[in-house]
Write a new protein. Structure first.
Length: 217
């Protein structure tokens, strides 16, 4: 009788372990599943916000996106979507030029449907995001946040500027307002995890950004 009880106990334990294992596996998402969820979230965001997607080949003819039509260009090689709201005063950064760039931004977690970071309000409205950017041949060669003047650094503990933030430098001017009608550059971006900040990359979620760019003194 004791043997039968032990056997019953062992079978019960095996059943519990198996059930726990099945439940754990059902909760585990593969990287491919996370990427699929990210793509679906981006597609929903585009539909819900009435975004018109412009092909890269069409965009490169005049490098403009219609704000009226809420038009974004898709860079297919990176998955980044960009709308140039204002090209900005001043001029584009030249090859091998290094400049201090000041940014105001909002970071919206598309998957979480929430605004998760911004320096447009609170104490950080008095401290614009600061980064040092060195231009290469048509693309940014290097870029780092200034640690003691960066909300992004404070949040994500790295001075590395997300690749998504660097895409606009190919097309915008980086200057300062010297006349009342001057406007600094402004863009909107949809940035997939692979091109985003460290937390987005690790947890596989896309972000929408609104960012202004101004040349520092």
């Amino acid at each position: 009788m004791k043997i039968n009880n032990n056997k019953t106990l062992r079978l019960a334990l095996v059943a519990i372990i198996a059930a726990f294992f099945v439940q754990s596996c059902s909760k585990y998402e593969t990287y491919a599943e996370k990427k699929e969820k990210e793509r679906n979230a981006i597609n929903r965001f585009i539909i819900n916000n009435n975004i018109r997607v412009k092909s890269e080949s069409e965009f490169l003819k005049d490098t403009t996106t219609s704000v009226t039509d809420n038009e974004y260009v898709l860079f297919s090689s990176t998955g980044i979507y960009m709308q140039i709201v204002r090209r900005g005063c001043g001029e584009r950064l030249k090859k091998n030029e290094t400049a201090t760039v000041l940014c105001r931004f909002k970071e919206f977690n598309i998957l979480g449907d929430s605004l998760q970071l911004s320096n447009l309000g609170g104490v950080y409205q008095y401290i614009p995001e600061e980064m040092s950017v060195t231009m290469g041949s048509g693309v940014v060669k290097s870029a780092v946040f200034t640690a003691n003047r960066s909300l992004m650094y404070s949040k994500y503990n790295t001075t590395a500027v997300p690749n998504g933030w660097l895409m606009p430098f190919r097309f915008i001017n980086v200057g300062r307002q010297s006349k009342p009608d001057d406007e600094i550059a402004k863009v909107k971006l949809i940035v997939p995890a692979s091109q985003g900040q460290s937390n987005a990359s690790t947890n596989v979620y896309p972000c929408h950004y609104e960012i202004t760019f101004e040349k520092g003194i």
